[in-house]
Every structure is written in C-alpha cells, then in structure tokens.
Design a binder for this molecule. Structure first.
Ligand SMILES: CC(C)(COP(=O)(O)OP(=O)(O)OC[C@H]1O[C@@H](n2cnc3c(N)ncnc32)[C@H](O)[C@@H]1OP(=O)(O)O)[C@@H](O)C(=O)NCCC(=O)NCCSC(=O)CC(=O)O
Length: 273
C-alpha cells in the first residue's frame, strides 16, 4: 500500500510526461520573455501604487474573508506540493548532492527540477494577490516597503533561476515553499478569525531561511572556485541572490525588532486565539 502511494507521488510529481518533458524555452514558454517579466513587474508596482492612493472603500469583511480563505488555501496547497515535488525530483534526478549546489555550466533548463522552478516562478505572480487583499481590506499601513519590494523582486529572482539555470535553486525553493506552508497557514487562520499565538515563530522561520540561504550561497561559491574545469552555472544569479537575501535579512530583522521587541513580546498585541 505504502509502495503504491510512493509510486503515485513519484508519477504525479516527477515522472508525469508533462513534468519529465518540461523545457523552459526563451520566448516560447509562457512567461519566459524579458518583456513578460518587465510588464508583469511594472504592472504590479503601478497597480499597487494606484490602488493604494485611490482611497477605495474597503471590501465588506464577509466577502474579503471568503476571498482570503480561498487564496490562502490555494497557496498553502501549492507551497506544500512544490516543496514535495522539488524534493522528490531532487532525489530521483540529481546524480549527487553536489549537483544541486553546483549545476554544470550550460545545464539546459529542462526536466522535473526546472518544472518546479517554473511553477514556483508562476506562484510568485499568484502571490501578488496578497497585496491586493491588503489594499482591499483598507489597512494600507500593512502595505510596507518590505512587502512590495519582496513581492516585486522575488519574481525577477525566479526568472533568473530559469534563464541562467542557476545552481542551488532546488534548496532555496524547498526551504522557501516549506516556510510558506507555515506562513499561509498563519494567514488562513487569521482570515478564519483565529489569530495564532505563533506569529513570531513564522517570522523567525523566515529569518532562519535567509540565514540558511547564505550557507548555501557560500557552498556554491566554494564549489565554483574549487571545481576542476568550468565552475557552476548561474553565477550572475548568485550575485543577485546575495544582494536580495541580504536586504531581506535586514528588513525582516527590523520587522522582528519592531513587532516583538527586544524582550520577545509583541509590541502591539492583538487578540489571540
Ligand atoms: C507573520 C508574518 C508572515 C506576517 O506578518 P504581518 O504583520 O504582515 O501579519 P498580520 O498579523 O498583520 O496579518 C494578519 C492579517 O492579514 C490578513 N491576511 C489574510 N491573508 C492574507 C494574505 N494572503 N496576505 C496578506 N494578508 C493577509 C489577515 O486577514 C489579517 O488581517 P486582520 O489583521 O485585519 O485580521 C511576518 O513574518 C511577515 O512576513 N511580515 C512581513 C510582511 C509581509 O508582507 N510578509 C509576506 C511576504 S514576505 C515573504 O513571503 C518572505 C518569504 O519568502 O518568506
């Protein structure tokens, strides 16, 4: 029985023909052109700026609650599936651990690992809805620089992963999707009217994931420099990730200090379940 479940999981998340034969081809795959990326990011930023300055009346709470519940459920399920799919793909398609930290130069962006990188990229566009939920709730003070900067920049990072076959993306993808399972469970509970006591744990898991990313980035650099021959694929993406994760680590540390204070207590406590 357990063998059947494992076989089904491998079929649907790794060996399905659509996954096995996936290929990111520049300009052909949906979302793979630089124009698509530019229009997507500029539209997100413009719409966010416009809608937040229009002083729209907030959506009635019951409607907002229903939309939030559906949106958070979708992203919770998607994050779980991406973490599992990419983990299983790594086990069955990475020849050795070294491979996921240092892809050989000119690795073509195809097969299961890149399929999950592509789904992850598209999921970051779906996450734009988070921003519109904040605007539609009327709590624009929650529309922080951290939030908008993160949502706009992470899409560019995922595009670069695919475009440059960036080494180490499988580890970052699995870590981030796992943290997002926790984060969307938190948001789902809030939308259902239950405010979890473990908000701080979510923030701390996010901070640990950024710290862990630096370990992974350092390992990739080590392999790149010491690798006999050509080094690892995606060194420009590596530079982008260093800058992006450093900024997120600083912003999240600041968020942590402001929200939970130096003694670990929430500075502005809300009703908890
Ligand atoms: C605990 C956090 C996850 C969230 O902190 P916040 O202070 O934003 O959270 P909060 O307690 O005010 O959120 C609860 C409110 O959000 C509403 N809400 C429900 N679903 C939502 C959704 N999908 N997106 C945004 N808001 C949502 C709830 O109904 C509730 O409204 P009400 O209060 O009215 O009942 C934190 O660690 C964090 O990430 N803070 C940064 C802000 C942010 O935007 N994070 C997400 C993207 S960054 C990211 O994702 C990094 C990563 O990759 O890990």
């Amino acid at each position: 029985m357990s063998l059947t479940i494992t076989d089904s999981l491998y079929y649907w998340l790794v060996n399905h023909p659509k996954i096995l034969n996936f290929s990111w081809s520049q300009g052909e795959t949906l979302g793979s052109s630089p124009l698509f990326l530019t229009v997507t990011v500029i539209s997100y930023l413009s719409l966010t700026f416009l809608l937040s300055n229009l002083s729209l009346p907030p959506l009635p709470p019951t409607i907002l609650k229903r939309i939030s519940v559906v949106h958070n459920l979708i992203l919770l399920a998607l994050s779980f599936t991406m973490a599992l799919g990419c983990t299983l793909s790594t086990f069955s398609h990475a020849p050795h651990l070294h491979y996921i930290l240092c892809l050989p130069l000119k690795t073509p962006p195809r097969g299961p690992l890149f399929f999950w990188a592509y789904i992850f990229y598209l999921s970051k566009i779906v996450e734009f809805i988070d921003t519109f939920l904040i605007i539609l709730s009327g709590s624009t003070k929650r529309l922080t620089f951290l939030h908008v900067y993160h949502h706009a920049t992470v899409v560019i990072m995922c595009y670069l992963w695919l475009h440059s076959s960036q080494s180490l993306f499988p580890l970052v993808l699995v870590t981030n999707s796992s943290v997002h399972v926790l984060m969307y469970t938190y948001y789902l509970s809030c939308a259902l009217g239950i405010r979890p006591r473990w908000k701080r744990l979510v923030t701390e898991c996010q901070i640990v994931q950024f710290q862990f990313s630096f370990v992974v980035l350092a390992l990739m650099l080590y392999f790149h420099v010491t690798h006999k021959g050509t080094g690892c694929a995606g060194v420009w993406g590596w530079c982008f990730n260093v800058v992006f994760y450093s900024s997120l680590l600083a912003l999240f540390s600041d968020f942590h200090a402001k929200n939970y204070g130096a003694n670990g207590k929430m500075t502005a406590p809300k009703k908890v379940a």
